[in-house]
Design a protein around this ligand. Structure first.
Ligand code: PRX
Length: 635
């Protein structure tokens, strides 16, 4: 591991020289005067004084050399629609969308909340925001109106952009009614909502004076050129909410210049994607993977990106591989859950297509178990790279960096710390570095490299307190993941140190789900834990105490109540947070100071030893959990 080790060491020891070189991968309107301003730790300002723009780097700068090259391929197996945009066409569409924003008075620093299905207009909207210096906040379409309202109130957007509906598995999923409801709940609703009317929801009715039709606005701005607004490198590009320990999601704020450089560098060194080639990332624009590797990363690199609306197994389990073959995809990025879903299907689907264009498959977002890693690498006959990162970092923390050195892939590990990250595995007890094969907290010594979150939106204090105070003696960034480094330097991620769970690669806070469960009028108390699931990695299950026990007096009533609780979660948070089971108990395991013993509950639910119980208030509570899991407890 010579070449890569040198590369990594240089990125830490000669940080400014290293990143100054990487910064040449993007265009600067005005050169920066300082590579890294770390005068106010843990806050870092990268490329200080430099002016740039993400939209310019993703589109404008490619026009001269690749204006007629495909930039965006939109494929929907839900509607049967396929549409291709060259860089020039994408430029036009984004200029139109940016023109709409400008006409509505939306400019630099204003927030725009995007709540959209996987359609090309969602990409236009994001890039249009970047063009005019507005800060987008994309909210995943699976979140329900109350979650949406909470994000609206935090970001206080000047504008929202949505669609009448999305589609999933052939079923229409209305978006606009959820937006209407969210705007009723929100204390800071925006003046206007632009709606892309796809004609899917026949009930769709715009609200006069507030809702504006995308197609009409587009026509009115058909020929418009909207100049790029140059931003100082640290000016925010976007906010993306993510879950943590509390019920209140954090707005991860990202800068402009650092992000552009980090993505450009990652496309070259990690993803090995070249301009003119095609990248296919199967995530959603509502998640960080969609931001970085459906939209900005590939476009900044001059690649064609594929936006896919549909399921991985519909019309059949060959659809992704057909897309790879049809479009000569060379870089693909997906999730371990998707790999596990495909593993259950007939292997003929993989053998059916010519995958010779594909160089690597990257997987991230949740632990990739060794058997699945092995299976998919064998089935594809391609290197499959497990890599590890977070919404907070915006790009990989641990990965093989094959563009620098072809280090051997070890199954079940995301390999090594990526250049720019001074990563350490720290002992929880004394913040000292753990020995090889010793478990510790995965931490990053600040400054965080370019592209990582710069703060929590509107709350610098929360940024510092949440991420940099895990250890009393050292100000280091905690990933809230446990990890181990083996003797060969390969890293293993062993799960979260906090109450975050990961359901099919979707990051959720157990606290958030508990609050959604508690929105049901008959729930007095609840504990939600994630339990291992063979496909989705983890599934939430709930243990709830009811107010009125008559509502669960018989097994039938209890089942109806369980369904009612699940519906409440769907409505409050979204179906992605729905517990697979709601067990009723009269008592929850807590410490004498009233803290829920979530880890013990989780251990029992997974059939493991509940661990240290010396602090438990009432041991009978554990007995109830055991009996509820066995199905023989009714309060
Ligand atoms: O717990 C880790 C897990 O997912 C968390 C971050 O999730 P999110 O913010 O949604 O960002 C996903 C970006 C790819 C991490 O703290 N995680 C992510 N990748 C891996 C992983 N766990 C194990 N192995 C991975 N490769």
């Amino acid at each position: 591991m010579g070449a890569y080790q040198d590369f990594h060491q240089r990125s830490i020891r000669h940080r400014d020289a290293f990143w100054s070189e990487q910064a040449a991968l993007v265009d600067w309107h005005r050169p920066f005067t300082e590579v890294c301003d770390f005068s106010r730790p843990p806050f870092a300002r990268w490329f200080r004084g430099g002016e740039t723009n993400l939209c310019h780097n993703a589109i404008d700068r490619h026009l001269a050399s690749r204006g007629d090259q495909k930039a965006l391929i939109y494929i929907s197996t839900e509607t049967g629609q396929e549409k291709t945009y060259t860089f020039r066409e994408l430029y036009k569409e984004v200029n139109r969308a940016a023109g709409m924003l400008a006409t509505l008075g939306v400019g630099k620093g204003d927030r725009v909340l995007i709540y959209m299905p996987m359609i090309a207009e969602a990409v236009f909207a994001m890039l249009a925001c970047a063009r005019v210096g507005a800060i987008h906040s994309v909210v995943f379409g699976g979140f329900a109106s109350a979650s949406l309202a909470a994000r609206i109130d935090d970001a206080k957007p000047a504008l929202m952009i949505t669609a009448d509906a999305g589609m999933r598995g052939g079923r229409a999923i209305p978006y606009k009614p959820l937006v209407d409801e969210a705007l009723r709940l929100a204390r800071h609703p925006p003046r206007n909502v632009i709606v892309v009317n796809r004609g899917i929801d026949k009930e769709y009715r715009p609200l006069a004076g507030r809702d504006l039709d995308y197609a009409t606005l587009r026509r009115a701005h058909a020929e418009i050129n909207t100049p790029v607004t140059w931003l100082e490198s640290s000016d925010p590009s976007y906010i993306l909410y993510t879950s943590g320990t509390t019920g209140r999601p954090k707005g991860v704020q990202r800068d402009t210049g650092g992000y552009a450089v980090a993505l450009a560098a990652s496309m070259q060194h990690i993803y090995c994607g070249n301009a003119g080639e095609t990248m296919f990332t199967t995530s959603d624009i509502g998640w960080v993977v969609g931001h970085s590797y459906i939209v900005y990363g590939p476009l900044i690199a001059g690649m064609t990106t594929i936006l896919y609306e549909g399921l991985p197994i519909r019309p059949d389990a060959g659809i992704w591989w057909k897309i790879v073959a049809d479009n000569q995809v060379s870089v693909m990025f997906s999730s371990p859950t998707a790999a596990r879903v495909l593993k259950k299907q007939d292997p003929k689907y993989l053998a059916q297509y010519d995958l010779s264009s594909l160089r690597h498959l990257f997987l991230a977002g949740e632990p990739l178990d060794e058997p699945t890693h092995r299976w998919i690498a064998d089935a594809l006959h391609k290197p499959v790279i497990d890599h590890y990162w977070q919404t907070e970092t915006g790009w990989p923390i641990l990965s093989a960096v094959l563009g620098v050195e072809k280090t051997p892939i070890k199954f079940g590990t995301p390999s090594f710390p990526v250049y720019g990250y001074d990563l350490q595995i720290l002992r929880e007890s004394d913040a000292a570095e753990a020995a090889a094969d010793e478990k510790g907290v995965v931490a990053i010594v600040p400054p965080l490299p370019p592209g990582c979150m710069t703060t929590v939106w509107g709350d610098d204090e929360r940024f510092v307190n949440t991420y940099f105070t895990s250890f009393r003696t050292r100000q280091v960034y905690s990933t809230f993941d446990w990890g181990i480094r083996d003797k060969d330097g390969y890293h293993f991620i062993l799960g979260r140190t906090d109450d975050v769970i990961n359901v099919a690669g979707h990051r959720l806070g157990t606290r958030e789900i508990e609050e959604a469960v508690q929105s049901h009028p008959n729930i007095a108390e609840v504990a939600v834990v994630g339990v291992a699931d063979p496909i989705k990695g983890q599934m939430p299950i709930a243990f709830a105490v009811v107010k009125d026990a008559a509502a669960i007096a018989t097994p039938e009533l209890a089942r109806a109540q369980e369904k009612g609780v699940m519906d409440a979660v769907d409505k409050q948070l979204g179906a992605i947070g729905r517990p697979s089971h709601v067990h009723f108990v009269t008592l929850l395991p807590k410490t004498r100071s009233g803290k829920l013993l979530r880890r013990s509950i989780q251990a029992l639910a997974e059939g493991r030893d509940p661990g240290d119980l010396t602090t438990i208030e009432d041991p009978a509570a554990l007995d109830q959990i055991k009996r509820a899991l066995a199905g023989d407890f009714l309060p």
